[in-house]
Design a protein around this ligand. Structure first.
Ligand code: ADP
Ligand code: MG
Length: 722
């Protein structure tokens, strides 16, 4: 293997393939090797470069500098290609921990003004042979105050060669992975910056108005800034160069979304226009739809009735009644002669949907099947055969539905509940015909046709996210709860008062109600003092003689889980002790009390979802957040937010501030950061500009659109949300 191919293989691990990928791989920070700090001016905690003469050395293991060097030619070791000319010292990359046994190596270096100690654990041989008394050296690192004066642990060191100049630019430090060193990356990026096409794609007038540099200039100055850009190292990315790159990235995202949308508009689907079954279901429901439900049903029906494939996200706060909307859409599809798949993220939720939808739809003659990973092999095969044979109208299940062997001969509508809980790949499997010939959506009658897609989520998407990642989706929002709901009273109490809660539960049960008791983890973790769910179950059973206390947790086999949930649903269990397996979607309207232990360890979205399990009936409901003090500042803020608000959108907005966008989009699960440089909270103003610019480019400059997308999307994973 040549060096070049070995390198390109290595760099691929960083997602770097084309010259432009390297050019867009931007530094995390910089080292200032352009100047030397006098040893009189050393400040602990500050990174500096010092120059001086080695005055003494100390090998704590007694080895001499010369004896073990194995012919490593110290001076010529400095890598001339790297800007600062440094190599990393310290722990050896090749020979394990130094190869010469554990040892400490310390040298004193003096300049005319003072002295500093350079300390190494497991110094490599070339360091030992470089740092010999009398040699003039340069060293760079963060100063600490040591026992005997200032010191640097594991500095970068190199010989200070006569006449050699210091670099005139800051030295970039790039994000990297093990096995790819900074010098190699720097060299590759320097080459790439010469080779890549950095021609401008954004309209020049706009750049002028915004006072931003051209792309090429911005990249050059970010990769190799002049030292005057100090201080600080532009941590908040507010310099014109950074803002220019962020704008470029946001424009790329907008263009990708616009293109995805345009492509999607080309995908046709079967128009689902027979509404007779939908009407029969509507008539049979025990309640009237809220105005908001009626509105979203109309929006969905407009899409379903068209020959363009629907791709709609239905949002509604917990308890807003999304399931019945999905059932009506399913009834329309089935009534029009097509199959429907409904995918839910957990077995419990899938089972609950199965019960509810069966009770609504089977009386109308709909044949419902159930398919989850926990079914026995033979049962799974039978369910799949029935689906494939067209003997099933509605298949409900977990992601087992999109596994290899499930084929729907006539899939007309795919529904994904709690869609943000699925990984990107799983959602893709439902969405993209080209993902494989056996996924449900690809199994529609003609290859150019796709099933309509309805995604549902109780996690509201804040406006900035909707404007960016979700710009290619149609959005329907249920912004109203069914009537007769009383707000959930939320309280935060100290864990010391846990015992009082048993009394509360007894009262709720005496009133004919049920309660949830949620614990964070099922087993004692080594480091965290977590309340063990099974211990809690025992304790509560003791506290509440005569009541039935159930237990459900993630480790329970699916069949047992289902049994417990059914018993709770049926009212045979009074109190359900649970880990967060009940988090999403569970609907037991008779439960009116929710206790969440170690509430400080849950995220905002989780707390809101959990609390949403109560307040589903007419009874006054309460949620008690049991917190273990003292609380961190963030935990206190979270609990305050959740105590004071029941508005999912407000909570989501605060959550976005606290946590960033990944959680909303399932990006974490995929491991692919969708925006690398932009921060939607910080850069909301640039996002607005990006929207305008992309519209203008799409209208007037198709070539620039292509070049821009090619540059940013290229071989990377698509930035469009799926
Ligand atoms: P979510 O939107 O969280 O999925 P669900 O669909 O589970 O909410 O609905 C919550 C509860 O409200 C269910 O018991 C459901 O039957 C009931 N429900 C839904 N729509 C209405 C309505 N229009 N009037 C009364 N109850 C409703
Ligand atoms: Mg739901």
């Amino acid at each position: 293997m040549t060096r070049a191919t070995a390198d390109s293989g290595r760099f691929a691990r960083l997602g770097l393939h084309r010259a432009i990928d390297f050019a867009l791989h931007l530094p995390l920070r910089y080292e200032d090797l352009t100047r030397v700090t006098s040893m009189r001016q050393l400040v602990p905690g500050v990174a500096v470069q010092v120059r001086g003469v080695v005055s003494s050395t100390d090998h704590s293991d007694g080895q001499s500098a010369q004896s073990r060097d194995g012919g490593m030619p110290g001076l010529s070791q400095s890598n001339r290609a790297d800007p600062g000319g440094y190599r990393r010292g310290g722990v050896s990359a090749r020979g394990g921990r130094g190869g010469l046994g554990a040892s400490q190596f310390t040298v004193q270096v003096i300049d005319g003004d003072g002295e500093i100690a350079l300390r190494f654990l497991h110094a490599q041989p070339w360091i030992r042979s470089l740092l010999v008394p009398g040699r003039r050296v340069l060293a760079y690192g963060i100063v600490r105050s040591g026992l005997f004066g200032p010191e640097i642990v594991h500095p970068m060191v190199r010989a200070d060669e006569e006449g050699a100049a210091l670099p005139d630019r800051l030295t970039p430090v790039y994000p990297t992975v093990a096995g790819i060193g900074q010098p190699a990356l720097r060299a590759a990026i320097r080459t790439a910056l010469r080779e890549a096409d950095l021609g401008e794609t954004l309209p020049p007038e706009v750049l002028k108005t915004l006072g931003l540099p051209e792309l090429g200039n911005a990249l050059q100055s970010l990769h190799a800034p002049l030292p005057i850009s100090l201080p600080p190292f532009d941590d908040d990315r507010s310099s014109p160069a950074w803002r220019r790159i962020i704008l470029d990235e946001l424009v790329a995202q907008q263009l990708a979304l616009a293109r995805a949308r345009a492509e999607r508009d080309q995908v046709s689907a079967m128009p689902l226009q027979d509404d007779r079954m939908e009407r029969r279901l509507l008539d049979a429901l025990p309640f009237r739809l809220t105005a908001a439900q009626q509105r979203v049903v109309a929006e969905i029906n407009r899409d379903l009735g068209a020959s363009r494939a629907m791709q709609r996200l239905l949002q509604g706060d917990v308890g807003s009644g999304k399931t019945v909307v999905a059932a009506l859409a399913a009834a329309r599809a089935i009534g029009s002669g097509w199959q429907v798949a409904l995918m839910a993220p957990t077995e419990i939720l899938a089972e609950q949907h199965w019960r509810k939808l069966s009770s609504w739809l089977e009386p109308l003659g709909v044949r419902v099947a159930w398919l989850t990973g926990s079914l026995r092999g033979a049962e799974k095969r039978a369910a799949r055969a029935a689906i494939a044979g067209g003997e099933v109208d509605l298949a409900i299940g977990t992601h087992a539905l999109v596994e290899e062997t499930t084929a729907f001969p006539r899939l007309g509508l795919a529904i994904v509940d709690e869609q943000h809980r699925f990984g990107v790949a799983q959602r893709l499997a439902l969405l993209r015909p080209e993902m494989g010939a056996k996924t449900p959506t690809s199994a529609v009658a003609q290859p150019t046709q796709r099933a309509h897609l309805l995604m549902m989520s109780a996690t509201p998407i804040p406006r900035t996210l909707a404007m960016s990642y979700c710009a290619d989706l149609d959005l329907s929002v249920i912004d109203e709860l069914p009537p007769g709901r009383s707000p959930v009273v939320t309280r935060v109490i100290d864990a010391g008062r846990r015992a009082e809660l048993a009394q509360r539960i007894r009262q709720a049960v005496a009133d004919g109600r049920q309660a949830y008791w949620v614990c964070p983890l099922v087993e004692e973790s080594e480091t965290l003092d977590l309340q063990n769910a099974s211990e809690t179950h025992l304790w509560l059973s003791e506290q509440l003689p005569g009541l039935t206390v159930g237990l459900v947790h993630g480790r329970l086999p699916a069949a047992d889980k289902a049994k417990v949930m059914a018993a709770f649903q049926g009212g045979e269990i009074n109190v359900l002790v649970s880990t967060t397996v009940i988090e999403v979607g569970v609907d037991v309207p008779n439960a009116s009390l929710m206790v969440i232990e170690h509430a400080e360890r849950f995220g905002l979205a989780q707390l809101h979802q959990l609390r949403g399990r109560v307040g589903r009936g007419a009874a006054a409901s309460a949620c008690v957040l049991v917190a273990t003090y003292p609380l961190s500042a963030v935990a206190r803020e979270r609990l305050t937010i959740i105590r004071d608000s029941q508005d999912g959108f407000e909570i989501a907005r605060r959550d976005l501030q606290l946590r960033g966008p990944g959680e909303f989009l399932g990006a974490r699960q995929s491991g692919v950061p969708m925006l690398r440089f932009a921060d939607l909270e910080r850069d909301v103003e640039l996002l607005e500009f990006a929207r305008q610019i992309s519209r203008e480019m799409l209208a007037h400059n198709a070539t620039a659109v292509d070049r821009h997308l090619e540059r940013w999307v290229g071989v990377r994973t698509s930035m469009a949300k799926v």
